[in-house]
Design a protein around this ligand. Structure first.
Ligand code: GDP
Ligand code: MG
Length: 244
């Protein structure tokens, strides 16, 4: 059975302690499953030298690409730049996204690709379906569950884990969405699902056993929560008055 070909886009900011491990593990999953795949790192000029480590690995493997944007421009725009690079340069069936920090086990890539192969447009690695797990502290869990409830009401997207940063999109469906107006922050992930719903995409979820980040720090800030909430309110309001 041939897998859909895939490019995995990983935004990074100060992930020097994680980057080598994640790239190597993904390439191993590609090799052992005979997946035609690429890894695209989008770094924002991390002061800890993340991009340099990734570039060294790219010199030894043509499947690894590194885009260094030089300065911190936010998660949403990093994904967008990665997607644009993939669509313009790599002829793949699917585009994946994941964190660099070890939370997202690359072994799940084949299960996510299976959903694409079976006809779904989006496959989400989900903490909140049967078989999924997350051992975070109570505070982060409450925030995440709350964010998911708000996002589901706001967008009407019927999935349990709308904020998961680990998914695979069908490339042809993703390229149907407009990306010139995307959010810069973390809410980008929810916004993408909403945009995909608007072009008629189908969704599937695969259980994710989410691990705590290996090393380094989360970049999620209070400002991000606020921007998330504001975007959800705005989206709900637009839907209610029928403008979206
Ligand atoms: N390029 C880029 N990557 C970022 C930025 N902010 C976060 N990241 C990366 O995005 C991924 C998700 O961030 P993370 O801090 O793990 O968020 P959390 O999992 O919600 O705690 C990680 O790989 C980060 O290094 C940014 O501004 N630019
Ligand atoms: Mg993370």
């Amino acid at each position: 059975m041939a897998w859909p070909s895939v490019a995995v886009v990983i935004p990074t900011y100060n992930e020097a302690g994680n980057i080598e491990n994640i790239i190597r593990s993904i390439l191993e999953v590609f090799d052992s499953n005979k997946i035609n795949g690429y890894v695209v790192i989008v770094d924002d000029g991390s002061p800890d030298g993340t991009a340099e480590i990734a570039k060294r690995l790219a010199e030894h493997d043509v499947r690894v690409h590194v885009i260094n944007r030089g300065r911190k421009m936010g998660l949403g725009s990093a994904y967008r730049e990665g997607f644009t690079f993939v669509i313009n340069n790599l002829n793949v069936d699917a585009i994946g996204v994941m964190d660099a920090d070890g939370s997202h086990e690359p072994n799940l890539i084949p299960s996510l690709l299976s959903e694409i192969k079976m006809g779904k447009d989006v496959a989400i690695a989900s903490r909140y379906i049967k078989g999924g797990r997350w051992s975070a502290g109570l505070y982060r869990k409450i925030v995440s569950k709350g964010a998911n409830i708000i996002a589901r009401i706001a967008t009407g997207v019927n999935a349990r884990d709308l904020t998961s940063g680990y998914r695979v999109y069908r490339a042809s469906t993703l390229s149907m969405t407009r990306m010139d107006d995307v959010e810069q922050g973390y809410v980008f992930q929810v916004q993408m699902l909403y945009k995909l719903k608007q072009v008629g995409a189908s969704f599937a979820e695969v259980p994710l056993i989410f691990r705590e980040r290996r090393v380094g720090q989360s970049k999620l800030s209070l400002g991000e929560y606020w921007r998330f909430f504001k975007w959800c309110l705005k989206t709900l309001a637009k839907r209610l008055v029928g403008k979206d």
